[in-house]
Design a protein around this ligand. Structure first.
Ligand code: FDA
Length: 309
């Protein structure tokens, strides 16, 4: 019920305009968002890198509506790639195709993606295309497979979501073309016609897809904070002689930092997804939807900070 409410709120841009400059809301966002500027994001990555944790920087922003906005996002992402390289930050970049103009025109989106992935290839780094709601799944995968992956190979990868019925078949397809996959559960509000309504089924499908990717995939990224699934991944790779350099765990900035630290101390690769930018509202709502108790937790912390503890 609360999950549905937060997912509904994540699409309400008029509410964002209202909270955008609200100090309290901004403090709430700080738990999950590394700041509004690239400089702040790079500062947030530094302590992670010092612990041996890599990052994927994400300039928040989705569903742009004009060509100018898509071009502005592209310029900012190119700057991100350059700064990461100049400062030798251990990070790659995640982005969304709607941020690159997919809703305006596919040709525009492909042209801008060529700029971005071309730069990533020149700098020997990597662009991850986040997966959005299911109305974009097919278009995203087609665009990746037909127009980007053939030219850029391992410099670009996709995300597959275990809540979708189609995902096991998409995993098999990705394995066949040697595409790099991040596997997650999925963060959007989806109808039962396309996605498992029961969490137990989403989790079981995650494990099925994860086993396949670990055995046959191209450096899969296991994006989850789920203790049971992480334990199963470790059991599976040990049982099958799969080295720690053949995959990585991924988690979100501000979520289960204890687990991130523990995994890296135990010798596993961990990458943290570090979002930043002014468009933090839909992202924050999706994080609250995953765990509504966050609202009480973060509110408590913010109030303690405000009264000086
Ligand atoms: P689950 O929701 O079952 O949570 C397991 C446990 O993790 C919880 O019990 C809690 O302890 C902890 N936890 C999970 N979420 C939390 C939160 N917000 N706050 C505090 N604790 C939390 N989705 C998508 O649709 N497209 C995408 O491209 C991506 N990309 C992506 C990248 C990375 C690196 C991650 C980690 C996740 C994504 N996601 C995503 C989001 C993903 O689909 C999913 O919504 C969240 O990761 C939560 O699912 P878990 O697998 O963590 O399991």
């Amino acid at each position: 019920m609360l999950r549905q409410a937060f997912l509904y709120l994540s699409n309400q841009q008029n509410i964002f305009r209202f909270v955008r400059n609200n100090r309290f809301a901004k403090r709430l966002a700080q738990r999950f968002v590394a700041g509004e500027t690239l400089e702040e994001a790079i500062r947030a990555v530094d302590p992670l890198n010092k612990k041996g944790i890599t990052a994927s920087l994400d300039l928040l922003g989705e569903s742009v509506h004009t060509e100018r906005e898509a071009q502005a996002a592209t310029r900012e992402i190119l700057t991100m790639l350059d700064r990461i390289n100049e400062r030798r930050v251990q990070a790659n970049v995640s982005l969304k195709l709607t941020q690159m103009g997919l809703d305006i025109s596919e040709e525009l989106c492909v042209a801008l993606m060529h700029d971005v992935v071309g730069r990533a290839r020149d700098l020997r780094t990597f662009i991850r295309i986040d997966m959005e709601d299911s109305t974009y799944t097919e278009r995203t995968l087609r665009l990746f497979e037909d127009r980007l992956h053939p030219s850029y190979g391992d410099h670009v990868g996709i995300v597959l979501q275990s809540y979708l019925y189609r995902t096991l078949a998409d995993v098999e397809r990705a394995i066949a073309i040697k595409a790099r996959v991040r596997l997650c559960k999925g963060a959007y509000k989806e109808p039962a016609t396309v996605a498992y309504p029961e969490k137990a089924d989403v989790d079981a499908n995650y494990v099925r897809c994860m086993h396949k990717l670990l055995s046959e995939g191209n450096y899969p990224a296991l994006a989850t904070h789920d203790d049971r699934i992480i334990k199963e991944a470790i059991r599976y790779v040990r049982a099958n002689g799969i080295g720690a350099d053949r995959f990585e765990f991924q988690m979100l900035y501000g979520v289960r930092r204890d687990l991130q630290d523990r995994l890296v101390r135990d010798g596993w690769r961990v990458r943290v997804y570090v979002p930043f930018g002014t468009q933090w509202y839909p992202y924050l709502m999706r994080r609250l939807a995953e765990r509504p108790s966050n609202i009480a937790f973060i509110t408590g912390n913010v109030i303690r900070e405000m009264i000086g503890r």
